[in-house]
Design a protein around this ligand. Structure first.
Ligand code: KIV
Length: 275
């Protein structure tokens, strides 16, 4: 079954949970799609887990287009959301539409995601009016990491919690089809989820959200720079990869790889003529 923004909204109405994962390349996206994931996000977290920058600030439009297009070739049924990178939309509604359009046309996205609350309403309205679905992102917004002062839980006091709730309503009103809630206390995320008609997709926001998203390297144990508390490990793929790499190095060193079965044959007479 093909998943669209309409099926996302319907899932909320019918009380069905949505699962999303990040992906950055064709073969991983294909595996997720075949496993039945509802949505794939080409996150600007690629700055951390693919490009090794340590944050998402340096990620460019070209990076997002390149990885979006690669992922799109592996997607048959999932909804493909591509992140708008830092300063591709904050500058003006015009820039936001032009860059969202590039992510759709060149990055083959079905929808775009951008970070921020009520201050992003003009941009969201303009993108939605251009016929492009927008996913919002509230709570810990990594593009603003230097303003937030670090990777911390958001919305913990009354004023901050109220602001998050009002921001979610403003985003809904502006026309987003879903909202990511990142690093938000579970009870607050549950309250926001009840207050808006569009699905909330949580990451470190508890089980009360309408869906969940994880960075796949985190859930597979492939990224050891930093593991947030909200991650559950569904595999130790990093360890399995390291063990496989070590076996390969050992076999090559010992001369036991490649074996005869990995080679190509040629008639002995041909070789003899070469001596
Ligand atoms: O960039 C990303 O991977 C994200 C998710 C963490 C929601 O925005």
């Amino acid at each position: 079954m093909k998943h669209t923004v309409a099926t996302f909204k319907k899932a909320k109405t019918e009380g069905r949970k949505l699962s999303m994962l990040t992906a950055y390349d064709y073969s991983t996206a294909r595996l997720m799609d075949e496993a039945g994931i509802h949505g794939i996000l080409v996150g600007d977290s690629l700055g951390n887990v693919i490009l090794g920058y340590g944050d998402t600030v340096s990620v460019t439009m070209e990076d997002m287009i390149h990885h979006g297009a690669a992922v799109s070739r592996g997607v048959k049924n999932a909804l493909l959301v591509v992140d708008m990178p830092f300063l591709s939309y904050q500058t003006s509604a015009y820039d936001a539409v032009v860059n969202a359009g590039r992510l759709m046309k060149e990055g083959r996205a079905h929808a775009v995601k951008l970070e921020g609350g009520r201050e992003m309403v003009p941009q969201i309205r303009a993108i939605v009016q251009a016929g492009i679905p927008v996913m919002g992102h509230l709570g810990l917004t990594p593009q603003a990491i230097h303003a937030l002062g670090g990777y911390k839980v958001q919305g913990k006091d009354e004023a901050a919690a109220r602001k998050l709730l009002e921001d979610a309503k403003a985003l809904e009103e502006a026309g987003v089809f879903a909202i990511v809630l990142e690093c938000v206390p579970s009870a607050l995320a549950g309250l926001i989820t009840e207050a808006v008609s569009v699905p909330t997709i949580g990451i470190g926001a508890g089980a009360g959200c309408d869906g969940q998203i994880l960075v796949y390297q985190d859930m597979l144990g492939m990224f050891s720079d930093f593991t947030p508390k909200f991650v559950r490990r569904y595999g130790e793929v990093g360890e399995a990869m390291k063990a496989a790499f070590a076996s390969y190095i050992e076999d090559v060193g010992q001369g036991t790889f490649p074996g005869p079965e990995h080679g190509y044959q040629i008639a002995d007479e041909v070789i003899e003529k070469l001596y």
